[in-house]
Design a protein around this ligand. Structure first.
Ligand code: ADP
Ligand code: ASP
Ligand code: MG
Length: 401
């Protein structure tokens, strides 16, 4: 008998018909002589709708109360799915995150799983039940409900698969696998049969929201076999694992991330320790910095330009303004109508010219580049947001055609 963790995303449980479809698939797996633990997300746009409801009442609501509110979406889904499985006369029980033993830290809205006490789930499995667990949520040491960040149900599923030493973890969604780019933007995107954890982690971190990046990090750490597949079509999905045979493909995928803001600190002193002071102040305030560029010095002055997520823009400006006394500069400027477009792939390490090919595609499309960042596995460019979808399309064409 195998133990399988299956996760169904919001679009897979969006209405009654879809919930019944999921129930059928889950019971089928259980009747196939498997133990099944199911993680579900909130139905359809529920999480967005809840955020909107909060905005109407208090746009500055505390993170604690936001988590209390947002966690309710998943609680609806688990109960409905359990009811649909009761209809099929299979023993079933639904559990919220805290009932299922998800212990997290106290970072409301973006909590990390510290551990999962699996006794309750294990005892329900021992009673031959299908166990349905609410994704995206846990409880901190003060008994506050926490959520794991948008898209976090994937991470709940992988963490559970690791804690239960499940034989596999299947992520069911509205596309039938991981593609070379978002198939909703580029219809001729190609489905990947396999992808490595490292490549998938880059794709997910750079905007391919098909998997939550922390779920991939965790799958790699605990060596959980992941498969991304369709809730609706019965076709093989994409396997995410440690190593896969090298193919001729130069890159594995193209992503875009519109959640980016750029800040320029203009006219800093051109002396040692400035970058250290700026970025340690930001780190102290919990602000993650992504791309960084420093200009060459001129007239004893220099500029530093960097990017953060849009939600951190105001906080970043506040931190930099309060730093002005100790680290003087002439002015700050910022903009957030930008997008980061990236190419990802292990193949680029041994192939010179990959970045140039990407830049050529952008040049041919007359798309201007504001910033560039590279690593062994990726090349990212910062461009105007209105060019983002076209950039993804032309870069994808350049490499895949
Ligand atoms: P779920 O609700 O099941 O968690 P998500 O909306 O979070 O689903 O993730 C699935 C979506 O991810 C797809 O509908 C697709 O538009 C998007 N996506 C972005 N990049 C990719 C990619 N490279 N491959 C597949 N899907 C992608
Ligand atoms: N419901 C949450 C969200 O919309 C978690 C998830 O879907 O994974 O972000
Ligand atoms: Mg998702």
């Amino acid at each position: 008998m195998a133990l399988i963790v299956q996760k169904f995303g919001g679009s897979s449980v969006a209405d009654a018909e879809k919930v019944k479809n999921v129930a059928n698939r889950v019971v089928e797996t259980a009747r196939d002589n498997n133990q099944v633990v199911v993680v579900v997300s909130a139905q359809g746009d529920t999480t967005d709708d809840l955020i909107e409801k909060a905005q109407e009442i208090n746009p500055k609501a505390s993170k604690r109360e936001m988590d209390m509110l947002l966690s309710s979406g998943e609680q609806i889904s688990i109960a409905l799915l359990a009811m649909a499985i009761e209809n099929l006369e299979y023993p079933v029980i639904s559990l919220t995150g805290w009932q299922a033993g998800f212990k997290t830290n106290s970072s409301a809205g973006n909590a990390r799983i510290d551990k999962i006490d699996v006794e309750r789930i294990q005892s329900e499995l021992d009673k031959h039940k299908i166990v349905i667990v609410a994704g995206f949520q846990g409880i901190d040491k003060y008994d506050n409900i926490t959520t794991l960040g948008r898209g976090g149900s994937d991470t709940s599923a992988v963490a559970l698969a690791a804690a239960l030493r499940a034989n596999k973890c299947e992520i069911y969604t509205d596309v039938d696998g991981v593609y070379t780019t978002d198939p909703r933007i580029v219809p001729d995107a190609v489905k990947l049969e396999e992808i490595t954890y490292d490549e998938m982690l880059e794709l997910a971190s750079l905007g391919a929201n098909v998997l939550h990046n922390r779920s991939v990090e965790m799958a790699k750490k605990y060596n959980v076999q992941l498969e991304v597949k369709s809730s609706f079509q019965r076709v093989p999905g994409t396997i995410v694992k440690e190593v896969i045979p090298m193919e001729k493909m130069l890159i594995r995928g193209v992503t875009r991330d519109n959640d980016v803001a750029r800040i320029a600190i203009i006219g800093l002193e051109d002396t040692p320790g400035i970058a250290f002071k700026v970025f340690s102040a930001l780190a102290k305030d919990g602000i993650n910095v992504d791309m960084i560029l420093q200009s060459i010095g001129h007239d004893g002055k220099k500029d530093i330009v960097f990017t953060v997520t849009k939600s951190n823009l105001d906080k970043t400006i506040a931190t930099l303004e309060s730093l002005k006394e100790t680290v003087p500069y002439q002015e700050l400027s910022h903009r957030d109508n930008l997008s980061k477009v990236s190419i990802v792939g292990a193949g680029m390490v041994n192939n010179p010219g990959v970045a140039a090919k990407m830049f050529e595609a952008l040049f041919d499309a007359s798309i201007n580049i504001h910033m560039i960042a590279t690593s062994e596995l990726k090349v990212s460019v910062l461009i105007n947001i209105e060019n983002a979808e076209r950039a993804v399309q032309v870069i994808h064409d350049k490499f895949m055609k």
